[in-house]
Design a protein. Structure first.
Length: 211
């Protein structure tokens, strides 16, 4: 986890990815690039993004801790994690400018959490840094410009596996039979097992609307 706390490597700011969902000779369906989070131009985006991510991150851990204390892992599966946060007028209730919250990973439990093509860039970026032994920044800021529709910002926070996550994301052989059965039933395509404490689990993402 320590390496997640480092400052943004300058190389991140220089990365520009252009995606194409169509043929190479057509204009791309969506363009996305990372922005230096210290750039004054993203000060507000970052402020709204951090507030929302902190709330999501704290709730995620608190929810796991409370549910585990009350019902053990089997009971806790039903409340994990922040499922169905309500959108009011296209915004997450109580979170100004936040139009979406997501948790994603290379290995998802719920297929609904699979990365889209732009999330994929953020996953690839963190993986690249980890593979090269480089510091992973606490947050990544991404500007997304779809060919049609409004541009938006995304703020991502890499999350690590903590000891209390292992009950449901650790070695499946160590899971009680009831929990295993429940996870298999609810998530037949579950890939989110086999983690150890300190592993990189994935990203919490918030989408911040353009002003
Ligand atoms: C009680 C079991 C349980 C515990 C403990 C638990 N999770 Fe999960 N986790 C789940 C379930 C169930 C899902 C699928 C949620 C859904 O349907 O969106 C999930 C999904 C996720 C996802 C979204 C990507 C995916 O795989 O679908 C992330 C990220 C995640 N968990 C991280 C964590 C972290 C970090 C911890 C520890 C703080 C943790 N989990 C602890 C059950 C658990």
């Amino acid at each position: 986890m320590k390496r997640f706390l480092a400052t943004l490597p300058s190389l991140l700011a220089t990365f520009v990815f252009v995606l194409s969902a169509q043929g190479a000779d057509e204009s791309p369906a969506v363009k996305a690039h990372f922005v230096d989070r210290n750039d004054p131009a993203v000060k507000d985006v970052l402020r709204y993004g951090i507030n929302a991510i902190n709330r999501v991150g704290v709730s995620l851990v608190r929810e796991v801790n409370t549910a585990m204390a009350q019902g053990g892992p089997e009971g806790a599966v039903d409340v994990c994690h922040l499922k169905g946060l309500p959108l009011v007028n296209g915004l997450v209730a109580g979170m100004p400018r936040i139009t979406a919250l997501k948790r994603t990973s290379f290995k998802v439990r719920n297929p609904a959490n699979r990365p889209d093509e732009v999330d994929q860039l953020a996953l690839d970026q963190v993986k690249y840094l980890l593979d090269h032994g480089d510091e992973v920044p606490p947050l990544l800021v991404q500007r997304v410009e779809p060919a049609a529709g409004n541009p938006e910002w995304r703020v991502y926070k890499p999350v690590a596996v903590m000891p209390q996550c292992l009950a449901c994301h650790g070695d499946p052989a160590g899971q009680p039979a009831g929990l295993r059965a429940k996870l298999t039933e609810l998530y037949p395509e579950d890939q989110a097992v086999g983690y150890n404490t300190g592993d990189w689990r994935g990203l919490i993402r918030v989408t911040v609307a353009d002003e």
